[in-house]
Design a protein around this ligand. Structure first.
Ligand SMILES: [Zn+2]
Length: 121
């Protein structure tokens, strides 16, 4: 299950961000999962529960947003939503398409409580 190693990377990102922003606590972490990213949202949610133990974001809420995969058509120029993992333009049926978004997983936002006195910047 590669979600666990992804969750560990997220943990690093969150811990670094929390440190840089003098966070006393992290309230919420939002993760975006593209439908074509090979990340299973449920598995990711579970992996995050494991990854956040004994960290600054132990009590944070983990929000996982699944987004559609968007294809851009090389023939008609339209951007359409990929369905059934088919590389085909929904507008004209062309197979000359490229993925625009929705093929990755990333941390969208980290909501923190800032502790000013800890902050030297
Ligand atoms: Zn098209």
């Amino acid at each position: 299950m590669h979600e666990l190693s992804l969750a560990m990377s997220v943990r690093e990102i969150v811990e670094t961000a929390a440190k840089e922003n003098c966070a006393s606590a992290v309230k919420e972490v939002t993760i975006v999962v593209g439908k074509f990213s090979s990340v299973v949202p449920d598995a990711m949610a579970f992996a995050m529960e494991v990854a956040k133990r004994n960290t600054v974001f132990e009590n944070a809420e983990i929000v996982i947003k699944e987004i559609d995969t968007i294809l851009s058509c090389g023939e008609c120029g339209q951007e359409t939503v990929m369905e059934d993992f088919e590389f085909r333009c929904r507008a004209c049926g062309s197979g000359v398409v490229q993925i625009v978004s929705g093929d990755r997983m990333y941390v969208e936002s980290i909501d923190i409580d800032r502790e000013e006195e800890k902050c030297t910047m």
